[in-house]
Design a protein around this ligand. Sequence first.
Ligand code: OGA
Ligand code: MN
Length: 295
Amino acid sequence: MVTSNHKQGLKIRRLHPLIGAEVTNVDFNEPLQRSCVEEIHQAWMDYQILVFPHQKISDEQHVAVTRNFGTPEIFHQSIIKSKFKKEIFRVSNTDEDGNLMPQSDPIQQQLSSAKKWHTDSSYRPIPAMGSLLHGVEVSRTGGLTCFTNMYEVYDALPEKLRKRIEGKKCRHDFENLSRITGARKPTEDERAAMPPIWQPMVRVHPKTKRKSLYISLIYNDKIEGMEETESVELITELAVFAGQEKFVYKHKWETDDILMWDNRCTMHIVTPHDPNERRVMHRTTIVGEGPVLAA
Ligand code: OGA
Ligand code: MN
């Protein structure tokens, strides 16, 4: 039976010459037909990040939409994830009783790392494939989420930089987040659950087969065969290159936008906003389909 959902197919509007599209004519309040999921998936591969405006959905529905694309990831620490729905990662400056948290709160310190270019859960042996972020209470003073296309970044890398990273791995360490933000260090158990891992710096996307640069300013502390200072300098140089305007789409949020991004070929950051302004964003994360494929 054909339901009202997705009757005439998706409407897709490009948002930036190199990355991002807005997708309308779909309603996440209703179950998605297989053909609709496939169409969204194809658009996701084509544009790397998708914006779905006006999707007023519950956390349960958010998780259900996520399941169309894979298994929701559950954050390995007891903080930040929702106590009501474990698949929801709260990228928010309020607690679940609605109180604004001070910036000194350990959760806010940890979330402050998102101001640096990264891709979600790259510190896992199987990093996340994608993420879906729901703007529940959005910022008017900043809080734009910016995305860079790492396929294009890789293709445009100057020869000199490309030579320095080709065939190399870099280390992704969850604990590095605490070193750079001052957030509390992981406990022994948390560290045992998430030991540092070496990932290829140039990866191949399992679906599109395109090559992209794979780095993180939050988690990378070392490149194979290099001292730490040189490693961090090179990662920083690469991230500055990746963050050039021409590669970046900046999303100014409206309430109930849902953004879906591919962690295998993009990086993102959030811009600062007034810390006294509430910003409530709920994220689900999709478990990856396997280890990162080296180029
Ligand atoms: C994230 C993230 C950016 C933002 O949800 O993974 O980095 O806009 N958030 O809050
Ligand atoms: Mn993130």
